[in-house]
Design a protein around this ligand. Structure first.
Ligand code: ZN
Length: 299
């Protein structure tokens, strides 16, 4: 079953709704990065949130990156999405293991740690990207993103993100929701929503029970007249190519490439997002130098 994001609205447009089932997408990320259960959960939450943020983008060529950096053992978590919600990401230490005080519950907060920040980078095709950040609240990702929305974008939001892993380490369910209330909405609405979200429990449980986004939306927003506006199929997709790595090599500068040729007799670069390797032999590097720096290859 493909991963999906449902975009909807409630209370005649006063509430914006996004509900994502990213079970398949998170499974793909786990296979690529061979992540430990807690790293799968942490990366899965960030991928889910970023995919939703991607769907929120207005321009077709816009891109969004979420970076979570705390003092915990997982290191940094990065995910990037385009406007279709197709996403890719990685963590610094995919094999991280942390103890959990609650049996069966993965301790994402401990793996991420606190004393860090969430950074959101929006590339809207302008000269400079828009960069916003906010200190981490708990390292559990959902709360951190809600705090970011509230303080950096002045947008009251409820964010739920969850990944449940089966005993054989496959993904039982993964997904999330982002609900946003327009600033002039009646305060009671925020209160009702808060209660409803508490009652509903974890989003990964909701998805485990129903793979139908519309049903989950109806449950969370019962009585608030929810409507589906659009449904998007999303996936884990890496769009890397050789040209991008050629540019990265050129940016190292002449001397560095010369030493790669003479000392290392070539270079092998690996994509962080999909682990694909790109090999550049001595001749490849020589012709790259010739092209980039207009130097002539000595006979
Ligand atoms: Zn790649």
């Amino acid at each position: 079953m493909k991963s999906k994001i449902l975009r909807g609205t409630a209370l005649e447009g006063q509430i914006r709704i996004f509900i994502a089932d990213t079970t398949n997408l998170v499974e793909k990320a786990k296979e690529i990065h061979q992540t430990s259960p807690v790293a799968t959960a942490a990366l899965g939450r960030v991928l889910t949130a970023t995919s939703i943020l991607g769907v929120m983008l207005k321009g077709e060529r816009d891109k969004i990156t979420t970076r979570i950096h705390g003092q915990g053992p997982i290191g940094t978590i990065i995910a990037t999405s385009n406007a279709s919600g197709n996403v890719k990401g990685y963590v610094t230490n995919p094999q991280v293991i942390v103890a959990s005080s609650i049996p069966g519950k993965l301790n994402v907060g401990e793996a991420v740690g606190k004393n860090g920040e969430i950074t959101v980078i929006k590339d809207l095709g302008l000269k400079n990207p828009y960069i916003g950040n906010y200190p981490l609240v708990s390292g559990e990702i959902g709360e951190d993103l809600a705090a970011y929305f509230m303080h950096s974008e002045q947008q009251p939001s409820a964010v739920g993100l969850g990944v449940t892993i089966d005993t054989d380490y496959t993904i039982k369910s993964a997904g999330g929701f982002i609900l946003q209330i327009l600033p002039d909405t009646d305060e009671n609405v925020a209160f009702i929503l808060e209660e409803r979200i508490k009652e509903a429990g974890s989003i990964s449980k909701l998805i485990e029970n129903s793979r139908n986004g519309k049903e989950i939306m109806d449950q969370l927003l019962e009585g608030l007249n929810p409507k589906v506006l659009e449904e998007y199929e999303v996936d884990y997709i890496c769009d890397c190519n050789r040209n991008r790595f050629e540019k990265a090599l050129i940016s190292l500068g002449k001397q560095e490439i010369r030493s790669l040729i003479e000392d290392d007799h070539g270079a092998e670069l690996q994509c962080h997002f999909c682990n694909k390797k790109y090999h550049f032999g001595e001749e490849d590097l020589e012709s790259l130098m010739a092209e980039a720096f207009n130097t002539h290859i000595k006979a």
